[in-house]
Write a protein that binds this ligand. Structure first.
Ligand code: ADP
Ligand code: MG
Length: 485
């Protein structure tokens, strides 16, 4: 039911309803488009991205959601209000877009500028943003915000970017507008993520491989330590430099090209700190590939042990953990497989933020309680915990999604030749009727997503060649081909 309140555990459909309501309250009319981008957690493969290695992230069931419509003012301004009450971002499209003093606005600014630079010029928009991805917790609320903005601009302009280009555009926004030299992992998993799959990403070739994780009996539990130690940024730059030194001594373009034997052979030529940094990276790349195999084989004990090994390496060799992260991992290890924990490790850059644990789904409640209590006892801090299965990437929830729906039906074997001329007339009428109804009700009583759900339900009915089922699918297909009714 619509309560006007939200909580952090809302499902995407619940969030969509909430954001649509909030949009209506803010702007006095229902939104035309609603889009969402998830958060992410990196299951394994830490500090490997800038060494041309592998990472294994998944999208999580936390979302940045944007509802939008053409600007009511008719002005060439994109106005983004945030439900958290921070100042609204106002992006004037008639002047060159620059970085702004309002820090958070730089993420969407960078994305809008990226579209313009690619010759796609959105018009003014009224936008409402709401996010359940914790800010600054290492689950990439920043990339969620970028990809969410990009997805809204795609819906609003009707111009779909190539997925890789979309991810790179968002990364560029983070580099140039937010001033954060991030890798490509977050934007890739947000653009390409699939439900029930992890994404094995080769940071060198940018090749992606989906790793199915279909077993509902296992989940990922994300534990936010709720601390962030400030030394992170300087240390990050230092680690990168140390990796470069190691690669140079090993005579390889990057640590991706080295292996354990080669490293041992060069150990005497290396500063011990640089040696340990390289040992982490080389070992972690291997662990990531093994973990992907383990997940494919549903070999949870192996995957869990690789996660513990990853944490140990990050703590001792790479030295990017901290007391609080170590505390969570120790607590998880003490609970053990009997208590439902297969493995646990810090995730993200380090010096605070989150850990991720591989757990039995039916033990989530007891594990969460135990970890929260023990962590509080050890550190005096309240942790935030939530579980997630691998979620889908960014989606258009309302608006253009009809096109994607139709694409899916086509992929499922519905061939355009099965559609007759009358079907297109039917499709046109159907949509026209929907539009008229929406206009009459100002979209309120018959929102577009209801219509989409209706089409989805009808098209999914196993009615084969029966005229009605065919016609519903034809309606979806028609829009897919023409972009309009
Ligand atoms: P992370 O990406 O791990 O969450 P970052 O420091 O990279 O941490 O990004 C957090 C920043 O992103 C916030 O400080 C804020 O500027 C911006 N941000 C992300 N989501 C939102 C949002 N929903 N509303 C306002 N700002 C946001
Ligand atoms: Mg970030």
């Amino acid at each position: 039911m619509l309560t006007g309140a939200f909580n952090l555990f809302m499902t995407l459909p619940e969030l969509t309803t909430y954001v649509a309501e909030q949009f209506a309250e803010t702007y006095g009319r229902p939104p035309r488009w609603i889009v969402a981008a998830p958060g992410r957690v990196n299951v394994i493969g830490e500090h490997t991205d800038y060494n041309d290695g592998f990472v294994l992230p998944m999208a999580i069931e936390r979302y940045a959601v944007m509802a939008g419509d053409h600007a009511a003012s008719g002005k060439n301004v994109i106005q983004i209000r945030d439900t958290s009450g921070v100042d609204a971002a106002l992006v004037d499209l008639s002047a060159p877009i620059k970085r702004d003093a309002l820090k958070w606005s730089n993420y969407p600014r960078g994305v809008i500028a990226g579209f313009q630079a690619r010759g796609i010029r959105p018009a003014g928009l009224d936008v409402l943003l709401h996010s359940t991805v914790p800010l600054g917790g290492g689950l990439s609320s920043s990339a969620a915000l970028e990809v969410c903005m990009a997805t809204l601009l795609e819906a609003a302009t009707g111009r779909q970017l190539d997925p890789v280009q979309k991810a790179l555009l968002c990364q560029q926004a983070e580099h140039e507008f937010a001033g954060v030299p991030c890798g490509i992992m977050d934007q890739f998993v947000f653009v390409m993520g699939r439900e029930n799959h992890l994404l094995l990403l080769d940071c060198r070739s940018r090749q992606t491989d989906f790793v199915p994780m279909n077993d509902p009996a296992v989940s990922l539990l994300i534990i936010n330590t709720n601390v962030r130690h400030e030394l992170g940024n300087g240390e990050y730059a230092r680690r990168r430099a140390e990796c470069e030194v190691a690669a140079k001594i090993l005579g390889v373009p990057s640590l991706r090209d080295a292996d354990a034997d080669r490293l041992e052979g060069a150990r005497s030529k290396m500063d011990p700190v640089v040696y340990r940094r390289a040992r982490h990276v080389i070992g972690e790349i291997e662990r990531t590939l093994h973990a992907a195999e383990g997940i494919r084989a549903a070999n949870w004990l192996t995957v869990g042990n690789l996660m513990y090994a990853s944490h140990g390496s990050l703590r001792d060799d790479y030295e990017v953990s901290c007391r609080e992260l170590d505390a969570v991992v120790e607590i998880a290890e003490a609970i053990g497989v009997k208590g439902g924990v297969f493995g646990c490790r810090m995730t993200g850059g380090g010096f605070g933020g989150c850990t991720v644990a591989l757990v039995k789904t039916d033990a989530i409640e007891s594990i969460s309680k135990n970890i929260a209590v023990a962590y509080k006892r050890k550190t005096g801090i309240d942790a935030a915990l939530f579980a997630s299965r691998p979620a889908a990437g960014a989606t258009v929830v309302q608006g253009q999604s009809l096109i994607a729906e139709a694409g899916a039906h086509t992929a499922r074997g519905f061939h355009p030749r099965m559609v007759g001329r009358n079907d297109f007339t039917f499709a046109g009428n159907l949509l026209q009727r929907h539009r008229l109804r929406s206009i009459a009700a100002r979209g309120h009583h018959y929102p577009e997503h209801t219509f989409i759900n209706q089409i989805r339900a009808r098209a999914a009915q196993p009615c084969g060649q029966q005229p009605v089922g065919r016609r519903w699918r034809a309606a979806a297909l028609h829009i897919a081909e023409n972009g309009h009714a």
